[in-house]
Design a protein around this ligand. Structure first.
Ligand code: TTP
Ligand code: MN
Ligand code: MN
Ligand code: MN
Length: 363
């Protein structure tokens, strides 16, 4: 049931950020069916169409009554046909490898590749080496040209090699343990840091594909360059084996459903230390995001997602408030005046939005 404080939120609002969207909705089966079409459109590079489906799914997620004729919807749509096609299955499989996006998936399919074995041969995945050296990659997205194709061949090769670990979902308790361990280490490197575990975990997902954590330090001078220093520290402690540094770019294509901000971040491969009660030696994906203290809550909101929810906060801020919002901050459009909300609630207040708890942001 939708909590009473949210019942006044209009489920029919055009903006996802005004709607209450649970993780599992009343019409989940329908949402799941439509998601197949959405994924198919995205995999085919039909971004506009995929986005329309995303919007429809998102609207259904907030719809507070059960739609009774799902049968009919199933009959009408050719969802089954899509889901069973060789192309859809192969493109889905390819893009499930971290670092492979739709356009790379299509390119690989066009080359005649169909299975993960094919990918292994194509990318030349080698048996695992001794991981003593930190595998460090820099990614600089060309301005204005969103790298829809993903993160590059080296990363794909790494992700292929680690896919047996990466496909294991991370239970909440382990997410929390990873958060604790990382926070203890960060406070060795720079005392007084604060953090929030964001991503799907914060929206209540029982298990996650990766762990996303936003950090800051109340002293702005202390958080500068901290991301790299910290990753090197974690590597020395044997907890991080690979890292992709991303920083300082904006590659926002309005047609894309994803949006990278200009915060300093490290996409890492992480292993809990053997001393942890949760230690299984499983490699986990972990995203570390460093924000300056003034924009910490913007980063927390942006990285809490869902992608559709934060997309519509951006849209709302632009349409209704003449402001620009993303994970790296809020500015007034006409004079670029920045705003520095001191809490997450203040961000909602600033935009004149009702508070929506993170577990109701699964738009
Ligand atoms: P993800 O870690 O990709 O997704 P998730 O945490 O929602 O779910 P899971 O990890 O279990 O698959 O992204 C975390 C949040 O970061 C996402 O909800 C919104 C934000 N985000 C962006 O703002 N832009 C992006 O390009 C991506 C990938 C994520
Ligand atoms: Mn590059
Ligand atoms: Mn995540
Ligand atoms: Mn992530």
């Amino acid at each position: 049931p939708i909590p009473t404080e949210l019942s006044k939120l209009r489920y029919a609002s055009k903006y996802a950020c005004q709607r209450a969207s649970p993780l599992i909705c009343l019409n989940q089966a329908l949402a799941v069916e439509l998601d197949i079409i959405k994924r198919s459109r995205a995999l085919e590079g039909e971004e506009r169409s995929a986005l329309s489906y995303s919007r429809a799914i998102s609207a259904i997620k907030a719809y507070p009554r059960r739609i009774t004729s799902i049968r009919q919807v199933e009959e009408l749509s050719h969802v089954g046909t899509i889901a069973n096609s060789e192309r859809f299955k192969a493109l889905s499989l390819f893009s499930s490898i971290y670092g492979i996006g739709p356009s790379t998936a299509r390119r690989l399919y066009a080359l005649g590749l169909r299975t993960v074995d094919d990918l292994e041969v194509y990318f030349g995945v080698e048996p695992e080496e001794e991981e003593s050296q930190l595998v460090e990659l820099e990614h600089h997205e060309r301005f204005g040209r969103a790298s829809e194709s993903g993160l590059g061949e080296t990363w794909i090769k790494i992700a292929l090699g680690l896919r047996n670990d990466f496909e294991l979902m991370i239970p909440r308790a382990e997410v929390e343990e990873m958060g604790r361990v990382v926070m203890d280490e960060l406070n060795i490197v720079e005392h007084g840091c604060v953090s929030t575990i964001v991503g799907g975990y914060r929206r209540g997902k029982p298990q996650s594909n990766d762990v996303d954590i936003v950090f800051t330090h109340p002293d702005p001078t202390k958080s500068k360059g901290l991301c790299k220093r910290f990753v090197h520290h974690l590597h020395k402690k044997g907890m991080v084996t690979h890292v992709m540094h991303l920083s300082g770019f904006h590659g926002h294509n309005p047609l894309r459903t994803t949006h990278w901000d200009s915060l300093e971040k490290a996409l890492t491969v992480f292993i809990l230390p053997p001393s942890s009660p949760f230690y299984k030696g499983t490699r986990r994906r972990m995203d570390l995001i460093f924000a300056q203290p003034e924009v910490y809550w913007c980063a927390v909101i942006g990285w809490s997602g869902s992608i559709m929810f934060q997309r519509d906060i951006r849209q709302w801020a632009k349409d209704k408030k003449g402001m620009k919002f993303d994970s790296s901050g809020i500015t007034r459009r006409y004079d670029s005046k920045p705003f520095y909300p001191k809490t997450e609630k203040e961000v909602f207040d600033l935009f004149g939005l009702e508070w929506v708890d993170p577990v109701w942001r699964n738009a």
